[in-house]
Ligand binder design. Structure first.
Ligand code: BT5
Length: 241
């Protein structure tokens, strides 16, 4: 694994995608600051100042796309929870891959992008932002969400380099096994940290809102909603509202 550390970049995901063919499998791009970080659906990821994590992991597991690659964001969310727990907090996962404190404060965001041309997979760019160090004022300024940073949860500053190393170690320790076994490999670890099951939910799926009772996550990591008319909706993308 090679780590390329940039001082400042528009987006580590853009940087990785733009030169994907130049990077080896398992190259990691990190930046100390990120000026145009992106979330899903062109939402913004806010840089909360020095000593936060902006990172993209470049993965080239095969030349064709396999379904299990869609679950990499869920695998990374579990890896992140395990590291956060070493710091004495109890993160929860909001489907599909948001890591939350007390089920409501967002501490991390994950964005996976796939580069495919003419049916050939050039690579997967698995991006993650983790708030390690920020002021309360700054986290309050993030639009649309209640946000937190690890230092605010544990009342001390966090060593970014150490955290980065712990996260990468955890991620790569079981990465090969995860690719072999798929979502089932993390099913227990994922479900036991969930904060969305057994509730009535509204889920934004592109331009529609779907409603139902969140009854389970199936073997593919998809959310199963029971609707009022007793049907099952199976969602593989969406935002829980
Ligand atoms: C995400 O999108 O949560 C994925 C964010 C991925 C960011 C990483 S950083 C490294 C790499 N390079 C990139 O350019 N991106 C990746 P989404 O689920 O769409 O959530 C976006 C929403 O999260 C925003 O609309 C805000 O409400 C909220 N948000 C923005 N900045 C935040 C922050 N620093 N901490 C917590 N929430 C934030």
């Amino acid at each position: 694994m090679e780590i390329i550390e940039l001082e400042s970049v528009d987006s580590t995901n853009n940087y990785a995608k733009n030169s994907i063919d130049l990077f080896e499998d398992k190259t990691v791009i990190t930046a100390k600051s990120q000026t145009s970080g992106r979330g899903r659906l062109n939402r913004k990821w806010v840089d909360l100042g020095t000593d936060n994590i902006f990172m993209s992991i470049i993965l080239k597991p095969s030349q064709d796309f396999k379904n299990v690659y869609s679950n990499l964001t869920q695998y990374l969310s579990v890896s992140l929870c395990k590291v956060l727990e070493k710091y004495g907090i109890s993160p929860k996962i909001k489907w599909p891959n948001d890591v939350m404190i007390d089920g409501e404060r967002k501490i991390s965001g994950i964005l996976s992008e796939t580069v495919i041309e003419a049916g050939k997979l050039h690579g997967i760019v698995l991006g993650i932002g983790v708030n390690l160090n920020a002021t309360q004022e700054f986290v309050n300024s993030v639009p649309n969400r209640v946000v937190t940073a690890l230092n605010l949860e544990i009342n001390k500053s966090v060593n970014r380099q150490l955290f980065l190393n712990e996260l990468l170690e955890e991620f790569f320790a079981y990465y090969d096994k995860f690719l072999e076994d798929g979502f089932e490999f993390i099913e227990n670890d994922y479900i036991k940290r969930n904060c969305f099951l057994n509730k009535d939910l509204k889920v934004q799926v592109l331009n529609n809102v779907k409603s139902g009772y969140a009854s389970s996550v199936n073997k593919n990591g998809e959310l199963v909603l029971k609707t009022e008319d007793n049907n099952e909706l199976i969602l593989n993308i969406g935002d829980i509202l």
